[in-house]
Design a protein around this ligand. Structure first.
Ligand code: PXL
Length: 267
């Protein structure tokens, strides 16, 4: 059984980060260990939130992991929250990687052309550095724009997304997957290639919901770790997200009811 460490925040309410990663990874038969970066009362799309940064606890956790000899077959990083956690993440890869361990990083700092609350360009710069350590990166279009310095546009075409891919290649040798690509009424992921990336297209649903990127990353990672390959893992993750959106009431604004899909899936 693969043992994965997922490093992201614990938002007590909000169907994102650890509250989706844990159940999804477990349901797919991956042993899910966690490194919570912060505890929030709820995610930052609500009107207010509390925030307990856990950076200071990391040395204690690492000391005991070393004492106990823990190692991980893969790392899935999501919302880290504070810049110092980037260096801590690198330390974590150095100290606790099993042989051949994969590092999958979803940079999680923005969407719809904007940074999430609490982030600035210093955070983006630190993330740009951390991405050098990744085997696979999963930025959305907004994050890819901030990382590359290319100005975000609401309306873009396939060439724009390929330009993002090419610029990301200058930042990292990781396999690049740009999520949430929307062109001409379709949604998809760009899967980077040695020449030009390929976009996997799906039906674009008329509703947008929070937390879907975190769900995509978890389903993708679980399938990829089981040996499914990039394309198939993306297809399964995209279908999972679309099914979740379809099962969620339109007034449920802060997340999606992935719980209804987790048990009903047949992959
Ligand atoms: O879903 C991304 C995410 C994760 N964690 C926290 C967030 C967000 C998006 O807003 O606020 C705390």
């Amino acid at each position: 059984m693969k043992r994965i460490l997922t490093m992201q925040d614990l938002s007590c309410v909000g169907q994102c980060s650890l509250t989706v990663a844990l159940p999804i990874l477990s349901a797919y038969g991956v042993e899910a260990c966690v490194l919570p970066t912060a505890i929030l009362s709820n995610h930052t799309m609500f009107k207010s939130w509390s925030y307990l940064d856990l950076t200071d606890e990391m040395p204690n956790i690492f000391r005991e992991w070393k004492n106990n000899g823990f190692q991980f077959d893969a790392f899935l990083l999501g919302y880290l929250g504070k810049e110092p956690l980037m260096e801590i993440a690198e330390k974590c890869f150095d100290e606790f990687s099993a042989e051949g361990a994969k590092v999958i990083i979803d940079p999680v700092f923005g969407d719809n052309g904007k940074l999430y609350g609490g982030f600035d360009m210093n955070y983006v710069a630190a993330m740009r550095k951390l991405l050098k350590r990744a085997d696979i990166i999963l930025p959305n279009v907004t994050e890819a724009c901030f990382l590359t310095g290319i100005e975000y546009r609401g309306n873009y075409d396939g060439d724009f997304v390929c330009k993002l891919e090419n610029e990301l290649k200058k930042i990292t040798d990781a396999q690049i997957i740009i999520t949430g690509v929307e062109v001409a009424g379709r949604i998809g992921e760009l899967i980077g290639g040695s020449e030009r990336g390929e976009i996997l297209w799906h039906e674009l649903l008329p509703i947008k919901k929070h937390g879907t990127g975190d769900i995509f990353a978890s389903v993708f990672t679980a399938n990829y770790l089981q040996g499914k390959g990039l394309h198939t893992s993306c297809e399964i993750a995209a279908k999972f997200v679309a099914d979740c959106i379809r099962k969620t009431d339109k007034d449920h604004f802060y997340g999606v009811n992935f719980e209804k899909i987790l048990n009903a899936r047949n992959d």
